[in-house]
Design a protein around this ligand. Structure first.
Ligand SMILES: Nc1ncnc2c1ncn2[C@@H]1O[C@H](COP(=O)(O)OP(=O)(O)OP(=O)(O)O)[C@@H](O)[C@H]1O
Ligand SMILES: [Mg+2]
Length: 392
């Protein structure tokens, strides 16, 4: 079967697809839609990557066909050729149409539609493999009682590590609504930020929401922090709840970086969390803060089943011993990260440690945290065979 199947498209458009797709196009008339013939075409193992429904196919029919194709051949994208306004776009996306192409689209637009279809087919294939072997979904909140102790460092590296272990699996949300710096830690220039993802069509429709996410080169999806503290503050806990619910329906891992302390946004995220990564610093107030936060969360019954205690900045103890720290916290530490110059260098350049792939103890520690969160495959092979974090 071909890469592209056009139905009811004129010769000009077919030629543009042939040019962009290296000639691999089958062009059919609208009669191919009669009596389920199209679906029989798609039933084989080599369904086309893209079905183009041309201007000769009535729009209402296009939408119905898109839904049927989605069910019959989920790796195949449907593009409709029409003059689109935002309302039509939304209706089309809800129906399962992946792109709306103007009848006057040039070669660049046609090539972009083809590239998106190929990328989507790849993501679907990867996701379906992952879903059959790894049934667990996780919502991971990274929190700390105090500021500047390494939440963003841990959250970004954890998310990058999970995304590399399972392509298309992970979204990172910057819930530090006033002063979030996830975008900076990943050297991203986001087009959309947190407030955009909770309002309008994106706030109600997971398909639209996905178009508001920023992609990192590791394959990680990101909801970047807001542009200003005021804009971030306007995001309500209810909106955060809906966002987390929608994202956890779409991604295996939702990782949430948070502001220091227990803000309403953090508590809302914790209500939905499967895992809490709680970070403390290696000093007396930091350790006491860790204990207090754990106590408060236990009282609120907001400690999720997966609890991971991390002490960051060890080695600058000022007389504190790890055994004393564990006694004060009242629980064993799951990960101790030393102070290391590689960390500020990574923060300042926007290249996460797990992308850089160094051998320093912080990078190694962060890898072990990824391993704690990424479940073993159903065939019992653990993480063998998955892409190595930081591998080029
Ligand atoms: N183990 C470490 N060794 C050296 N520097 C570190 C270490 N961990 C974090 N840092 C540095 O400390 C600073 C704060 O880290 P980070 O931004 O991750 O903390 P945070 O808890 O997210 O802060 P905030 O509460 O302000 O959001 C950064 O400059 C980072 O590079
Ligand atoms: Mg931070």
């Amino acid at each position: 079967m071909s890469t592209v199947l056009t139905i009811g498209a004129d010769a000009d458009l077919v030629a543009r697809f042939a040019e962009a797709g290296g000639g691999d196009v089958v062009a059919l008339g609208v009669d191919a839609l009669a009596h389920g013939a199209l679906l029989r075409h798609l039933a084989g193992p080599e369904a086309p990557q893209l079905v183009v429904l041309g201007p000769e196919v009535p729009l209402e029919d296009s939408f119905a066909i898109a839904g049927q194709v989605d069910g019959a051949a989920p790796d195949t994208s449907v593009v409709v050729v029409a003059f689109a306004d935002p309302e039509l776009w939304l209706e089309a996306m809800r129906a399962g149409v992946r792109d709306v192409l103007s009848p006057h689209a040039g070669p660049g637009d046609v090539a972009a539609v083809l590239a998106r279809a190929a990328a989507r087919a790849e993501t679907r294939r990867a996701a379906s493999t992952a879903v059959t072997s790894l049934p667990t979904r996780r919502v991971v909140v990274v929190a700390s009682p105090k500021g500047g102790v390494g939440k963003t460092t841990v959250a970004t590296n954890l998310a990058v590590g999970l995304a590399a272990a399972e392509p298309g699996s992970t979204v990172l949300v910057d819930l530090d609504v006033q002063f979030g710096d996830v975008a900076s830690a990943l050297a991203l220039a986001p087009e959309f930020t947190l407030p955009d993802t909770v309002r309008g069509a994106a706030g109600n429709d997971p398909l639209v929401l996905k178009t508001f996410l920023t992609r990192h080169s590791s394959g990680l999806h990101v909801v970047a922090g807001s542009d200003s503290p005021a804009a971030g503050d306007a995001v309500t806990p209810a909106e955060v709840a809906r966002l987390v619910d929608m994202l956890s329906g779409e991604f295996r891992y939702v990782v949430l970086d948070t502001a220091p302390g227990l803000t309403d946004h953090t508590l809302t995220a914790l209500e939905r969390a499967t895992d809490l990564v709680l970070i403390g610093s290696m000093d007396v107030p930091g350790v006491r803060g860790l204990r207090k936060e754990l106590d408060v969360l236990a009282e609120l019954q907001l400690v999720p089943a997966g609890r991971h205690l991390v002490l960051n900045g060890a080695g600058s103890s000022g007389g504190l011993a790890l055994a004393d720290v564990e006694r004060t916290v009242g629980a064993p530490l799951d990960l101790v990260l030393p102070r290391h110059d590689a960390v500020p260098l990574s923060t300042n350049t926007g290249v996460p440690l797990l992308v850089k792939g160094g051998k320093d103890p912080v990078t190694r520690g962060l890898r072990s945290l990824v391993a704690r969160l990424a479940p073993r495959t159903a065939d019992g092979q653990g993480r063998r065979g998955r892409r190595r974090v930081g591998a080029r």
